[in-house]
Design a protein around this ligand. Structure first.
Ligand SMILES: [Zn+2]
Length: 314
């Protein structure tokens, strides 16, 4: 009885979730009501958290996709912090400890997370399911950035839904109910990106980026890749490569070049200034404070492409 009373009293301290005074006769009901109210108000007590299905994703992007499908049933973290480059990132021990507790580990594969593969292999629990999102999908020269085609991101979401069902079958209905409207939202997003790119005059749909992350985006939405500074993060370009890029920008009459927030792009800045074009931004592998979800990332990219390449024709 004392436990019940103190629980009810503790709830009354919540400003946004008031509990009316209860009589001793209604104490059991009060305990149940307080517990239900705590849950409804997102109390997030210690016991509630431990019941969640623990998931570790490599990228914040995949953490977001897992969260969209898993909702309140999952507790998901990312090995690569927002704003970092997954091609070269190596996680600290605290992140590795979380990885070892995960029931589901979500990776992209195709060597995207080169520095993480060994970490995942050696530290994931032997009973954990490792979902490789890109496994078996048709690729362009084994480039790993498939999610920048929204249709392929939808396949990722379906794979995450199915993996969550397989590690937590009691949540099947929840995962399906969450995935369905999210997939509809992505279908809409796909159309939005296509419409934005179509607003750009055909001869200006040209991409120069920092790293080679956009072949799937280019194929899906009809852009031409003119060049990039490095094949992947962590590699330094030579002066000759920068000069070749500046020439390509000039020769192809590229209206703008795109840097990516997770990379310092001094060399791209130099090539762009050499060629006399503006420098814009595109997101690829990493979320940050400005772009917190996959949908926000693609929407930003679509608007930035239209803004920087669109301009006035000619
Ligand atoms: Zn990348």
């Amino acid at each position: 009885m004392m436990r019940g009373t103190s629980l009810a009293r503790r709830q009354t301290t919540r400003v946004s979730c008031p509990v009316s005074r209860v009589s001793y006769l209604a104490i059991l009901a009060a305990v149940l009501a307080a517990a239900a109210l705590g849950a409804a108000c997102g109390g997030g007590g210690g016991t509630e958290v431990s019941n969640k299905v623990k998931v570790t994703a490599t990228l914040g992007l995949f953490r977001d996709l897992v969260q969209q499908v898993g909702g309140d049933r999952v507790q998901v973290s990312a090995l690569v912090p927002d704003g970092s480059d997954p091609h070269t990132y190596e996680p600290p021990p605290s992140q590795i400890a979380k990885l070892s507790q995960a029931k589901l580990v979500v990776v992209n594969g195709l060597n995207l997370e080169a520095g993480l593969e060994k970490v995942v292999r050696e530290n994931a629990s032997s009973s954990a399911t490792v979902l490789e999102l890109a496994a078996g999908l048709p690729t362009l020269e084994d480039n790993p950035h498939l999610w920048l085609d929204v249709q392929i991101a939808m396949t990722y979401v379906e794979r995450i839904r199915d993996a969550l069902v397989s590690v937590d079958s009691a949540g099947t209905d929840v995962y399906r109910a969450n995935a369905e409207p999210y997939l509809s939202q992505l279908q809409q997003l796909d159309l939005e990106v296509a419409t934005a790119v179509q607003s750009i005059p055909a001869e200006r749909r040209k991409l120069v980026t920092f790293h080679d992350a956009y072949p799937y985006l280019a194929r899906r939405y009809g852009l031409e890749i003119v060049g990039f500074v490095v094949e992947s993060g962590g590699k330094e370009p030579s002066a000759q490569e920068v000069s070749d890029l500046a020439n390509a920008i000039r020769n192809e009459k590229v209206p703008a070049v795109f840097k990516e927030p997770q990379f310092s792009a001094r060399i791209l800045d130099l090539a762009a200034s050499d060629a006399g074009v503006q420098v814009c931004s595109l997101y690829s592998d990493a979320l940050d404070n400005k772009v917190k979800t996959y949908v926000e990332l693609m929407r930003f990219n679509a608007q930035e492409l239209a803004r920087c390449l669109g301009g006035t024709s000619g």
